[in-house]
Design a binder for this molecule. Structure first.
Ligand code: H79
Length: 431
């Protein structure tokens, strides 16, 4: 009896403080920590790796629906080793990992109590999301969860295929929203993700109001969780009154420079999100320059890998990731914890800045000088390659830096311009 008497005022106070905190906003310091990381690994995986076709979209297209929906009965990736994946990401210089807990095909890589269409009922049985969460924790890398809203497999969700437009009369969105809230509670309380990456919000049955309801639900469970901008509606590329979530998510392209809203480009290492045999892979040069371009636009890069059906990542992809990591070992100070600008990135170079330094990432080999607009009120003290050597420069009507015939790095040579003020505060220069 006494306990209840004490409990009631406590509950009232908590309820009141929660109500006062609405609308929930993610602490800017948390978002800054996220943006300082600059580089993460996206992982798209599921039973579809048995066919090597695209996750979600190939259901009912390249793979007949019934066949696709039964693939999990053969999914047994015995060589899956979460620690190895995490070590591959760390060797690449990545600071966070985001895994598809559920893609548009509805299959759950964790043993959910809310659907039987999950990993527990595959021959593999093991909790893939849980093992990866633990490995991330053990290796000091942030663990993040991708969770799509649209679920073509779920009978409560009105649409059941890519391009489906006739809503299933048996579906029930209120029941569906309740179910995904339960699934999210499970994911949050069991695995404590640093961030939730939503997707599949563009189909008609989903509304901004549902998105807001889910956002508040997440924040009540853990107000520190970062949420991408795909919970509401509107373009993924921006934060707008239509979107719900903390940061923008341009897909398969480098985002536009934005000094106000946080953003992260998600880009695949090959063409397909999930594993495809002999898929065309990007080169180390393309990958490193993409990373420098996202940093130069003040954004992050979430670089996607699709592991194979046996649980391993492809050797050639591991090698490529390692090359990026070796580049970052040398040049990481020009990426991590920097801001983009003050020049806008272009095809030939990108700029980042930190403290009194402006870093210029050079993408071309066949140049003998760099020409940049002067920044009013800014004086250059010195210019050197990040790898050492001092360079001759001139700063009269423009900044002119003379380069040697051979540049130190064929993927991305980094120049450091030391200036007489704090570079981070400078407004963008129109170039
Ligand atoms: O999870 C990854 C994708 O599977 C997911 N978002 C990223 C992070 C995504 N789902 N849908 N889409 C992206 C857009 C789909 C576009 C498509 Fe198509 C139109 C798929 C099929 C028709 C583009 C055009 C790809 C094939 C043809």
């Amino acid at each position: 009896m006494k306990k209840t008497v004490f409990l009631i005022p406590f509950l009232l106070i908590s309820a009141l403080s929660i109500a006062q905190n609405k609308p929930f906003k993610t602490d800017p310091a948390i978002l800054k920590d996220f943006m300082d990381k600059r580089f993460g690994m996206f992982i798209h995986w599921g039973p579809v790796s048995l066919r090597g076709t695209e996750i979600g979209w190939s259901r009912g297209h390249q793979v007949p629906t019934v066949e696709y929906d039964n693939l999990y009965k053969e999914f047994n990736p015995v060589l899956f080793n979460a620690d190895k994946w995490v070590k591959t990401a760390k060797a690449a210089g990545m600071k966070y990992i985001t895994i598809t807990s559920k893609h548009h095909d509805g299959f759950c890589l964790w043993p959910s109590a809310y659907t039987d269409y999950n990993i527990k009922y595959s021959p593999f049985k093991r909790d893939i999301v849980g093992e990866l969460a633990t490995a991330c924790k053990n290796n000091g890398i942030a663990f993040c969860i991708y969770f799509t809203i649209l679920d073509w497999h779920d009978t409560d969700y009105p649409l059941h295929n890519l391009g489906d437009s006739i809503p299933d009369p048996k579906a029930d969105m209120n029941r569906f929203v309740k179910k995904i809230k339960n699934e999210l509670s499970e994911l949050i309380t069991k695995y404590h993700p640093y961030m939730l990456w939503f997707d599949g919000n563009w189909e008609k049955p989903w509304t901004k109001e549902f998105g807001q309801e889910v956002y508040d639900h997440i924040k009540l469970l853990d107000k520190k969780i970062i949420v991408n901008n795909r919970l509401g509606k509107g373009s993924h590329k921006t934060i707008s009154p239509l979107t719900v979530g903390d940061y923008a998510t341009p897909e398969q392209e480098v985002g536009e420079i934005n000094m106000k809203d946080p953003w992260e480009s998600c880009i695949t290492i090959c063409n397909q999100w999930s594993w495809k045999p002999n898929d065309k892979m990007k080169t180390a040069q393309q990958s490193i320059q993409t990373l420098a371009s996202t940093s130069g636009g003040n954004g992050n890069l979430l670089f996607n890998v699709g592991p194979m059906m046996d649980g391993r990542m492809e050797d050639r992809q591991i090698k490529l990731l390692d090359t990026i990591g070796r580049w970052l070992n040398k040049y990481g100070e020009s990426i991590y914890g920097t801001k983009g600008g003050p020049y806008k990135p272009n095809k030939e170079w990108a700029a980042t800045r930190k403290g009194s330094k402006i870093y210029i990432h050079l993408f071309k080999q066949d140049i003998n000088s760099v020409n940049l607009p002067v920044i009013s009120g800014v004086k250059i003290n010195s210019v050197h390659f990040l790898s050492g050597e001092n360079l001759v420069f001139d700063q009269t009507d423009k900044i002119h830096i003379k380069l040697p015939a051979i540049l130190p790095d064929k993927n991305d040579t980094v120049l450091v311009i030391e200036i007489n003020t704090i570079a981070e505060g400078l407004p963008l220069v129109m170039n």
